[in-house]
Write a protein that binds this ligand. Structure first.
Ligand SMILES: NC(=O)c1ccc[n+]([C@@H]2O[C@H](COP(=O)([O-])OP(=O)(O)OC[C@H]3O[C@@H](n4cnc5c(N)ncnc54)[C@H](O)[C@@H]3O)[C@@H](O)[C@H]2O)c1
Length: 717
């Protein structure tokens, strides 16, 4: 059995310490240990009260996720909670550190709760497609009111101790939580026999009965922040039961039923796949675990534009001083003032105090002189996407920046090996592809060049963690992982437009599938003119899928930036309005290119766009550009708005069944005649063996990696 509970008696108080390193989850050994320790404390006449705490930095971080879906041993959690709640001696939870999920639910079964000032609590089960099924949906609303409890459970947010005290989740905060809890429970035990139980607090439930707004607000919150997810609705149903059913145990029974529905829902599997996927992504199979990591005390950024400013904020937010260089004084001033405005916005929204803003913004310095980044441990270049310019900058950085420092590029698609080749330290050159807005988007694609050393990679993965990013390694290949897949996907959306569907139909179909933003809204946001200008410069004829976009640019319709693209935009608004005037263009370009426009079903739209993602993803995996299928899923969810509850495109393919995927690919290859739908060899092989998309093949079995000069992706991003 995993984990245990340590038992000692001090000053007539039994101290129960959960011991299951590193974060004390409620594994079988902990559950059994807790039950047996409670029995021991009850049977020991010298014990007047019980303190329950955790060993190390955590109280109890939650359930043991590795037990999900398997045979569960040890005493079931509800029996342990029952024992705790009806313990014959008063119990105080001494919340010494994180108390999340089952951890907070354990504390809610105690008579009292005292939290260390540094502790935090929360019920984040919703992030795994679950609900707090250990009584959390019934006890938390009784303690703090259903409205606040719903906000906490639907957001899954972590609540710091000070706020938890204000909300009434804990009774006290303390600097020395175990010592104070011992004194507290001694006093409580000697002063009264009637110790409160959360299950008996019915006042807030009675107050809420008949107030429809509480549930309506929760439904609106779930619809906005958790579109398409199953668990939020179940959480709301549980709280509705807590409000309307007088009998607590009946409410618990309902919670159990709704929990089981979540547990067996495919969304739960998808979301747990991403939970583990993000952790696995930080591990690089051929980089030894004990690889030395460089200490990053100061960062430098070259270029104070959209990306440079956002990346600088990431470092400052993580407490790392950052110096920004630009070539142009005006741009530098503008860039730094955008950073300050972003921080002011956070202050206005109450997310940061004025002092905190001064603290983080104080870490950002700037100048026009490359010498000012000479003492940095890492310098990230974020200037215009132009290889010659990047060569120039890397030569100069190599000259000015101290020996041993990492030089990184934020390029969206240029060849990292070529950039590294102009320096005398190619082993310290790496791609760090942040996504816009860099201070908000979680994805960080780490581009591993031919010469990038283990130490450089391990250091970047460690920084990624420090900056709270979901870091994923990609080999240096055109479009890396995300943009290469995006290219095929948007090309198909454009082909559907050419064949007869309209932008709003395509967007709606994909948004109903769960994507945050349909492809045409996205193209309008990015700007149609970027690709158009690049294609004009290349002097080559535009590919079919780009014909309509190019024609719109000829009509000065660049997208959101000038108020007209596939949609129309009113000034100052990002909301897309229909643009019926474009339909003549669509019809004309379709006819000029030999297409007879036809009715296209939503099913075909979703299938064709998502299959393009899956098929390209399988190729990326078979080339070893991505280490594992789950890495691709992490990229697509964190960088491209793919719905987390579908687990990413690769998980979605596995869930559909690879034989079904191949059948569909072949059908669309037949309809379109396009090689985009020629099933990837890897898919065919896996389907034949009844296997799923998982790890990339061993080096010797990989498909040859796409070269930059061979790729059409490189010219489009
Ligand atoms: N904008 C995005 O959405 C996005 C997303 C991911 C990656 N990228 C990549 O990030 C990089 C930067 O893009 P951006 O959108 O922030 O560009 P930007 O046009 O907003 O800013 C570029 C900045 O670089 C400065 N600059 C140019 N030459 C310089 C030099 N020699 N020395 C110092 N500064 C110089 C410019 O003055 C400007 O302030 C590009 O490689 C781009 O492909 C962009």
């Amino acid at each position: 059995m995993k984990g245990t509970v340590l038992y000692e008696v001090k000053e007539e108080v039994a101290i129960l310490t959960v011991d299951n390193p590193p974060v004390n989850p409620l594994s079988d050994g902990v559950r059994t240990g807790l039950y047996e320790s409670l029995v021991k404390a009850e049977e020991d006449d010298s014990v007047k009260g019980v303190v329950l705490t955790g060993n190390g930095r955590a109280f109890i971080a939650g359930a043991d996720i590795s037990e999900f879906g398997g045979n569960v041993e040890g005493i079931p959690l509800n029996e342990v909670f029952n024992k705790l709640e009806f313990c014959k001696k008063p119990v105080v939870a001494a919340i010494n550190g994180v108390a999340l999920g089952g951890g907070l639910e354990t504390a809610l079964c105690c008579n009292y709760r005292i939290a260390a000032e540094t502790a935090f609590v929360g019920l984040p089960e919703v992030n795994l497609g679950l609900l707090p099924g250990g009584g959390g949906t019934q006890r938390l609303p009784r303690l703090i009111g259903p409205g606040e409890a719903l906000k906490m459970m639907l957001s899954g947010s972590h609540v710091p101790a000070i706020k938890a005290l204000k909300m009434g989740i804990v009774d006290k905060t303390s600097k020395d939580v175990v010592a104070e809890s011992i004194d507290f429970i001694k006093e409580m035990a000697s002063n009264n026999d009637n110790h409160p139980r959360v299950r008996d607090k019915n006042e807030k439930m009675l107050e809420a009965r008949g107030d429809k707004n509480i549930l309506l607000e929760a439904q609106a919150m779930a619809a906005k922040a958790r579109k398409g997810q199953f668990a939020p609705g179940q959480i709301i149903k549980c709280v509705e039961a807590a409000i309307n059913i007088d009998n607590f145990d009946e409410g618990i029974k309902k919670e159990g039923e709704y929990f089981m529905e979540c547990l067996f829902h495919p969304q739960r599997e998808a979301m747990i796949h991403i939970f583990f996927g993000e952790r696995a992504a930080s591990k690089i199979s051929d980089v030894p675990k004990d690889t030395k990591i460089k200490d990053i005390k100061k960062a430098g950024i070259i270029g104070s534009g959209t990306m440079g400013g956002g990346i600088a904020m990431c470092f400052a937010n993580a407490g790392i001083p950052v110096h920004i260089i630009d070539q142009d004084e005006e741009n530098l001033k503008r860039g730094v003032s955008v950073i300050e405005k972003n921080y002011d916005f956070m202050v206005n929204k109450g997310r940061l105090t004025a002092e905190q803003k001064d603290g983080v913004f104080g870490l950002v310095t700037s100048s026009l002189d490359y010498k000012d980044v000479s003492d940095c441990d890492i310098v990230i270049e974020a200037v215009y996407e132009n290889l010659e310019l990047k060569h120039e900058i890397f030569k100069s950085l190599d000259e000015h920046v101290k020996e041993g420092a990492i030089l990184a590029s934020n390029t969206s698609g240029l060849d990292i090996d070529s950039i590294a080749s102009v320096t005398k330290r190619p082993e310290m050159v790496v791609g760090t592809h942040f996504f816009s807005p860099a201070n908000i988007m979680r994805l960080l694609e780490v581009v591993r060049g031919e010469a990038t050393s283990d130490e450089t990679l391990a250091t970047i993965m460690a920084i990624g963690k420090k900056l709270k990013k979901a870091a994923v390694v990609s080999l240096n290949a055109p479009g890396f992982i995300g943009n290469r897949m995006l290219f095929g996907y948007t090309a198909q959306a454009n082909m559907l437009l050419l064949e007869g569907a309209l932008p709003h139909q395509i967007d709606q179909a994909l948004e109903s599938f769960g994507l945050n933003m349909g492809p045409f809204r996205m193209m309008d946001l990015v700007g149609l003119d970027l690709g158009w200008r690049a294609r004009k410069l290349s002097g080559k004829e535009s590919p079919l899928h780009a014909k309509i976009g190019d024609e719109l640019c000829e009509q000065d319709r660049y997208g959101q930036k000038n108020g007209a693209g596939y949609y129309n935009y009113s000034e100052g608004s990002r909301a897309p309005n229909p643009a019926p005037e474009n339909e003549e263009t669509y019809e004309r370009i379709s006819a000029e290119n030999g297409f007879t426009r036809r009715e296209i079903s939503d099913e075909e739209i979703v299938d064709r766009c998502i299959l393009a993602l899956i098929n390209e993803g399988a190729d990326i995996l078979s080339e070893g550009v991505s280490q594992r299928a789950a890495d691709i899923d992490v990229v697509y969810i964190n960088g491209y708005g793919f719905p987390i509850w579908r687990g990413g495109p690769m998980h979605h393919a596995n869930a559909m069944g690879l034989d079904v995927v191949i059948e569909k690919l072949e059908k669309y290859k037949e309809i379109t005649g396009s090689d985009v739908y020629k099933p990837s060899e890897m898919l065919v092989k896996l389907a034949k063996n009844g296997e799923k998309l998982g790890e990339a093949p061993e080096k010797d079995n990989r498909k040859e990696k796409l070269g930059f000069e061979m790729s059409s992706v490189a010219n489009n991003f």
